[in-house]
Design a protein around this ligand. Structure first.
Ligand SMILES: [Fe+2]
Length: 248
């Protein structure tokens, strides 16, 4: 068994009204500037706002075919880094679409600078959604310590858009050492759960975490999109309750 992609890659896959995903090619873990032979998959979420602008969450590697397909859906206007680990391809998209705004997550500027990434962030994500997408998307900062990330909620489709907060890897689609790590940290499909690095910060900041969890439960999501592993196909209500607990 070897690492597998979520085929077809680089193709827009609708998930609901005005929302879809594009699965990307393999990414590789890089440590101290060295690319390691440890492939993993990642997924971009695309929301078409009611004014026709497109919101690209965690853009995958730029490909002109994807750009062309998206251009037919709307104007590419927002390139969003939801956490400091998801930013690598924003520069490529920004070059192709210079009118698009680049949105920074906490610490991503420092991280990008330290890795000599060729990109500039124009705006910072904040606790509340900006004017640009407030009508369509709500957001909140999930307190995962070093791994904190912005979580988004697309109102029309009632979709929770997560990055690393929940991981749900299919064991037969990943190589070692991911397989062992995934098993040990209990992040395997179909019982994926919060990223293990976030669990201690969530525990230490219980009150803050609970306030955020209450907010995302108040959204009553019907779908959950994640960046790594398989998205949950059914009974999203149950998923949210199982992972985050009952509404307070
Ligand atoms: Fe990630």
């Amino acid at each position: 068994m070897s690492a597998s992609l979520y085929e077809p890659v680089n193709v827009y896959k609708p998930q609901g009204p005005d929302i879809g995903v594009v699965d990307g090619p393999f990414e590789y873990l890089t440590v101290a500037g060295i690319k390691l032979p440890l492939p993993f998959t990642t997924r971009m979420t695309v929301v078409r706002l009611s004014n026709g602008d497109l919101f690209l969450h965690s853009p995958i590697k730029f490909a002109s075919t994807v750009a062309e397909e998206l251009r037919n859906l709307g104007r590419i206007r927002h390139l969003v880094s939801p956490n400091q680990f998801h930013y690598a391809h924003i520069g490529e998209w920004s070059k192709a679409f210079p009118a698009a705004t680049t949105w920074a997550s906490p610490r991503v500027r420092q991280r990008a600078r330290a890795r000599h990434a060729d990109l500039t962030f124009a705006r910072d994500l904040e606790a509340d959604p900006p004017e640009e997408w407030r009508r369509d998307i709500d957001q909140t900062l999930f307190p995962g310590g070093y791994f904190k990330e912005f979580i988004f909620f697309h109102q029309t489709s009632k979709t929770l858009i997560l990055t690393d907060t929940i991981i749900n890897l299919e064991l037969d689609m990943v190589d070692e050492p991911w397989r062992t790590v995934t098993k040990l940290t209990r992040m395997a499909y179909p019982h994926g759960r919060t990223f293990f690095g976030m669990r201690l910060p969530i525990f230490l900041h219980r009150r803050k975490a609970q306030a955020v969890i209450n907010k995302l439960q108040s959204w009553q999501p019907r779908r959950v999109i994640i960046s790594h592993g398989r998205c949950f196909d059914a009974n999203e209500d149950e998923i949210v309750r199982r992972i985050f607990g009952k509404p307070a």
